[in-house]
Design a protein around this ligand. Structure first.
Ligand code: MN
Length: 322
């Protein structure tokens, strides 16, 4: 069963139904993910960057979705040592676990229901790998990683982590109890999530029972997106059909509506996210995302000179499962 679940959603705080005169955000477009190979060769569904512009995605840069899948023994793969600068990478594990290490000596295991919020800022080297147990025995795996841009003034901020464990998530439900909302960061209907962000955003994982609908107030100056992890349903008051691996880009308005397909459909699992657009120029090269070409050249030079960090000596031994 993915992520954190509760047996009885009716014990959770309820999100009141927004005032129906508040304009529901229309579906501006639906983007189907492309399949890409990442890291040591695992396949991700990637709705963006791709078929819509980075200006439309603002303040987000990338979303990668792995699984849900069941790995056989020896099949789990990760992303060996690589740098980042100028962004935040937000990893949310729905099922399975990954281990990470970084050039500051940090590291640990991120397990199901947990979020790791890494502000790369001025720069960090890290790896993101299956745990040895997950590599040897295989098993279910399901995860997403969202890249959040940093405003120009914070591109070189010191790196930091926020470990947001499953117990930290703010759990909410809809007025009829048909939705389980796991608020990871930001505000939703006056409730505050555990994650704090350099750029104001809202990020939640929602499970909708078949036929259930969720209508939530949404900051009118934020962008708004819904990404379908699994299942089928509809988006907006216009009931636009959406399914697994599709991203909904919402137009302007004051609330966001998603609903699970009716009948014997499986539950709809969807990420809801949006944020305050940064509206700064973007120049990117792989894991570096800056504002000018000069800053990218500087990042490459800093990386090659070891100024973004070096792999800790105790992590240098080759691993069979990298
Ligand atoms: Mn990374």
């Amino acid at each position: 069963m993915p992520a954190i679940t509760v047996e009885d959603t009716l014990v959770l705080p309820r999100i009141p139904r927004p005032d129906p005169v508040t304009r529901s955000r229309p579906v501006a477009k639906v983007v189907t993910s492309r399949r890409e190979a990442e890291g040591a060769g695992f396949v991700v569904a990637r709705p963006f960057p791709g078929d819509f512009s980075l200006a439309e995605a603002d303040p987000f840069l990338l979303l990668d979705h792995v699984g849900p899948q069941v790995n056989g023994p020896g099949e789990a793969k990760g992303a060996p040592w690589h740098p980042h600068r100028g962004i935040e990478t937000v990893s949310y594990i729905l099922d399975g676990e990954i281990a990470h290490h970084d050039s500051n000596g940090g590291g640990g295991v991120i397990a199901e229901g947990d979020t790791q919020w890494m502000t790369a800022g001025g720069g960090i080297l890290h790896d993101e790998l299956p745990t040895e147990r997950a590599y040897r025995t295989g098993g279910p795996f399901h995860a997403v990683q969202l890249w959040v841009n940093l405003p120009p003034a914070l591109k070189m901020t010191p790196p930091r982590y926020q470990p947001i464990t499953r117990g930290d998530l703010r759990l909410l439900t809809s007025d009829d109890g048909g939705a389980l909302v796991r608020l990871i960061a930001g505000d939703l209907a006056g409730f505050a999530g555990p994650g704090t962000t350099h750029t104001p955003i809202t990020y939640a994982h929602v499970t909708l029972a078949p036929g259930a609908a969720l209508s939530v107030p949404w900051n009118a100056v934020f962008s708004a997106f819904a990404y379908v992890l699994t299942g089928r349903g509809t988006a907006g008051d216009e009931h636009r059909p959406v399914e697994r691996d599709q991203l909904v880009v919402f137009g302007p308005g004051g609330r966001v509506v998603v609903a699970g397909a009716g009948g014997r459909a499986e539950p709809l699992d969807v990420l809801l996210f949006g944020g305050l657009p940064i509206r700064a120029p973007i120049v990117h090269y792989g894991p570096f995302v800056m504002n000018t070409r000069e800053e990218i050249l500087q990042a490459i030079e800093d990386y090659q000179a070891g100024r973004i960090g070096t792999i800790p000596a105790d992590q240098l031994a080759p691993r069979s499962f990298a």
